[in-house]
Ligand binder design. Structure first.
Ligand SMILES: [Cu+2]
Length: 156
């Protein structure tokens, strides 16, 4: 009977990683479109995928820009304006897109080294305390969204 013990010990961890863990909120398809004018902010976009529990995006940080803000574009009396957002809800199992013409990031003073590398790391701060580090692809001024990379979370 002794031979069975190792099998029993393995069953626990395997079962947990297979389907027992709650699905976390995650962010993918992050990209930054550089401003044509260095004195003007660049824009950032991404998709947030809600996990098993409601949460909210409370801010975005990076070592590769002087300042980052979350904004929302809207038309007001026929004019496009934008306002800063303090917090963006990410309901459970929802998809929240930051995309051109809607919610977006504004990034002031994107670092030249990051521009040369074509990538910058963004840290997404969630209301549940999670910090998500995501690599954003840096695109030239006026460029369209890059082709999304292979999905890392096929299970969703
Ligand atoms: Cu803005």
């Amino acid at each position: 009977m002794r031979a069975f013990y190792p099998l029993i010990a393995l069953a626990g961890p395997l079962a947990l990683t297979a389907c027992g863990d709650p699905a976390p909120t995650y962010v993918d398809q992050a990209w930054v479109r550089l401003s044509p004018n260095k004195d003007m902010p660049s824009s950032g976009y991404f998709i947030a995928h809600g996990g098993d529990a409601d949460t909210a995006l409370r801010g975005v940080l990076t070592d590769y820009a002087l300042k980052v803000e979350m904004h929302e574009s809207m038309s007001e009396g026929g004019r496009m304006t934008m306002k800063p957002l303090d917090s963006v809800p990410i309901p459970a199992r929802s998809t929240v897109a930051f995309a051109p013409g809607g919610k977006h990031l504004m990034l002031w003073g994107v670092n030249d080294t990051a521009i040369g590398r074509g990538r910058m790391t963004l840290t997404f701060l969630l209301a549940n305390g999670d910090r998500l580090l995501v690599d954003a692809i840096i695109q030239k001024p006026g460029a369209a969204a890059p082709v999304p990379p292979q999905k890392e979370h096929e299970a969703h």
